[in-house]
Write a protein that binds this ligand. Sequence first.
Ligand code: SF4
Ligand code: SF4
Ligand code: FES
Length: 542
Amino acid sequence: MKNKIKLKINNQELTGSEGETILEVAARNGVEIPTLCHHPDFCDKGNCRVCVVEMKGNDRLVTSCSTKAGDGMEIITESEKIKKVRNVNIELIYAEHVEKCATCVWRFECKLLAFAQKYQTKIVRFEDRKKNRQIHKLKNALEIDGTQCIDCRNCISACQNLQKLDCLVMRGKGHGQEVDFRDNKKNPCILCGQCALHCPVSAIQEQTNYEDFEREVKNKEKTVVVILDPVMAVSIGENFDMKKVELNSVASALKQLGVNYVFNSALGVEINSYIQSEQILENDGKKLMIGSHCPATINYIKQYQPALADNLQKIKSPAIIMGGLIKTYWSDKLKLDPSKISVISIGVCVARKNEIVEKKTQFNGLWPVDYALTLRELSFLLKKNKLTLEKTKTKSIDALNGESTELFSASVFASILERLKSNNQINKINSEKGVHNFDEFILLQNEHGKELASLKGIGEINKIVDHMEKYSYLEIMSCPDGCFGGGGQPIPTTEELRKKRRHAFLAKKMPKNFSREKLDNQIVDILEWLSDNNLENKILFQ
Ligand code: SF4
Ligand code: SF4
Ligand code: FES
């Protein structure tokens, strides 16, 4: 039990716990202090100095995010002195962040831009220090714009502390220092996007594809089909100050932008889960199976644990399966030329940008998914076109076969468990085993009593690699809390927000008429059609 302390903030007597920062005590008591580089996932480095406050007895202002609250302290969070110093700090940050707001996907949510407007700072007072810096690109997924970086090192902390990888480096010294990717052969990046998710100024971010989207919807020759990740419904509202958003509203807004059809990828999740559930039972614990639905995890296994590569399931990920079905099964029903269909996946994953261009996804000379955008890029497109996500009565989500499929399971693993549980084949033994983000279940049917487990956050993988023999099936999601903390989610994403999104998702009620049997019959119809058309392997397996 931590000792209690008493302090005054803005002349108000407040109580804190030993070890808490001034910022934490203030936030818990509703006192707002602006912050930029602070992120609750990491220890504060006190870098941007936007959060400065006055402390009685100190001539110099202190950074509230990195200064521990102490008994008897007297803190002031707004004064002329603070305003002056904070404004100079913001102006100095702008000297490191060349203004490219017009084309920045983060411009509608950018804290730095909001501060400049709120505090009326002169953003051009100091000369741009970094205007000659380079943009470092990694594959087709990520980029670091050296002209934008404010040297806070949050990206490096995300890679090292959260993901326990070491793919970023601060090169140079003093004014010449610059974040860069390390040698991708020696320290391969898995493209999880956690660095981008933790950058306060979007200096490291996804390579955007919103211009491809804009070009495709203008092209009258093309039928544009969007596949949405269902988990987006519980987080996109954060960018629109809305508590609840229905995927149907997102679909409706996309159609106003010129998209012809919008599916959610739930059917892809269910097909993937249907096939994997059968394989798990057939395998009966003989060989360790590792799910292949998280593209960043596949990158991780291949690059860091090659001995496990053979254990990766060969089934394609839900978005790739959906794209394949759209260009075969669905186009055949609608008599559309698949080469004139443009499939755009929009979701919470950065690694997908690279997954969709991998040769092994191709079939009959076609790419199942042509472009992959993040939720952040979608928010940007909607705001740029002044579209909102209000509830709509029009049914805008389309159905690939029969009724559109809703996703009720929080992941492929959850859906697999549902299937096995409904057949009495598993017994839940542990859901939060004291290990962060770790779920374990035992497969009863297996005489060896091996377990099925889901690990969320590649940084936690050391907790299982030393006893792999315990498991018959592993789902490994590379991002903390899986897709709820996906690299393409809104910024900021904190542990609290990840939890909130997960709870909102799990609180979704099954509609009364939902029948897994009906859904599985629908899946069987599709699988039979693929098999009759000799497409099963091409669309489902890699
Ligand atoms: S994408 Fe992931 S692995 Fe790559 S640098 Fe960023 S945090 Fe590290
Ligand atoms: S890229 Fe972003 S997170 Fe990384 S040091 Fe620069 S400003 Fe900070
Ligand atoms: S938020 Fe405190 S120093 Fe940046």
